[in-house]
Write a protein that binds this ligand. Structure first.
Ligand code: UDP
Ligand code: MG
Length: 327
């Protein structure tokens, strides 16, 4: 064993949902990189209700390597909450959420750590390329970041996922945000602190399939917009205002043309158009209001964000000195 120096501890937070075929490869790659950095570290895996043998694989690894911690959630809560569970329970001085499918390359971690050493509190990793994803996914992702950017007042870095480094200060700030509808990308930026970025190439998944289909992505986008913007509600107001103006001018026009030329044909088509159009606008705005009310309802229930079935190894390093430079 090499010298025992009390140094900073790095926590990697890994949400896992049916990632059995990725875990081993992920573990080998990540430990190789982390061992080279010389920092003490812990790998906090959050088993998000996997239905395959991910948990067994993790427990097997834990027996050999005590830097592995496991939080086993009581069911599938979704990636955002799995990451939250990790943030709540990790102890690192710097914390890095990273996907288990090796799409976030561990090789970028030393760069993140270097920037952290320079004094930044958030170092986010921005993708400059996405390999192995369909043109449709690339296009929708591109659109997503642009729409979010134009609708929300806070700066959410483009093409940046959850893969980033956060200092303890930032993690403590995030722990205070207990909203149920969690759009992590937004929350990460909302807390502020000194931020910088490094760029990397997004790799294709090592094995298995993405759990995000287009319906999920659409809901994810809605979450992002409604969590950080009132603009859709305001659009309803302005749309209503514009339509009223139009209706008044149209009424005036009808009034004048009737005065001048009489009313030879009753206006059935224009009536239908007006009724259907207004009906459509009203339903849409009601729907938008509904999206917000549903979220208010959910927040008002004040339920806990997640439940934990089991924690393995979480209080390990309470009385252990932090060890630097030990393999
Ligand atoms: N994940 C999770 N719970 C879920 C869905 C996904 O913990 O309900 C994890 C998954 O195991 C992976 C990460 O979140 O580690 C990213 O998921 P995925 O690769 O499916 O998303 P994508 O890369 O396509 O955005
Ligand atoms: Mg992935």
């Amino acid at each position: 064993m090499s010298k025992m120096i009390k140094g900073p501890l790095i926590s990697l937070i890994v949400p896992v949902y049916n990632e059995s075929s990725n875990i081993m490869e992920f573990y080998f790659k990540v430990t190789r990189v982390m061992n080279q950095t010389g920092y003490g570290y812990e790998l906090v895996f959050i088993n998000d209700g996997s239905r395959d043998d991910s948990l067994e694989k993790l427990s097997g690894l834990r027996e050999k390597d005590h830097r592995i911690k496991i939080i086993d959630l009581s069911r599938n809560f979704g990636k955002e909450l799995a990451v939250t569970a990790g943030l709540d329970n990790c102890r690192g001085d710097a914390v890095i959420p990273i996907d288990a499918d090796l799409q976030d390359p561990p090789e970028v971690i030393p760069e993140l750590l270097a920037k952290w050493k320079e004094g930044y509190d958030v170092v986010y990793a921005t993708r400059n390329r996405r390999d192995g994803e369909s043109p449709m996914k690339k296009m929708t992702a591109h659109l997503f970041y642009r729409v979010i950017k134009s609708l929300t007042p806070i700066h959410i870095p483009q093409d940046t996922g959850d893969f980033r480094l956060m200092s303890r200060k930032v993690v403590n700030a995030l722990k205070e945000l207990r909203e149920r509808h969690r759009f992590m990308k937004g929350l990460f930026s909302w807390v502020g602190f000194r931020q910088t970025s490094v760029s990397y190439r997004r790799e294709p998944r090592f094995a298995g399939k993405s759990k995000f289909n287009y319906w999920k992505l659409w809901n994810f986008a809605l979450e992002g917009i409604t969590s950080f913007s009132f603009l859709p509600l305001q659009v309803a107001t302005y749309l209503g205002f514009a339509i009223s103006l139009f209706a008044i001018s149209f009424a005036l026009y009808l009034f004048i043309t009737t005065l001048i030329g009489g009313n030879p044909v009753p206006g059935y088509p224009s009536l239908m158009v007006a009724v259907l159009f207004l009906g459509g606008v009203q339903l849409t705005t009601l729907g938008i209001i509904g999206e917000y009310i549903g979220r208010i309802y959910n927040e008002s229930k004040q339920r806990p964000l997640y439940f934990v079935q089991d924690m393995i190894g979480m209080d390990d390093n309470k009385d252990m000195p932090r060890i630097k430079g030990v393999k």
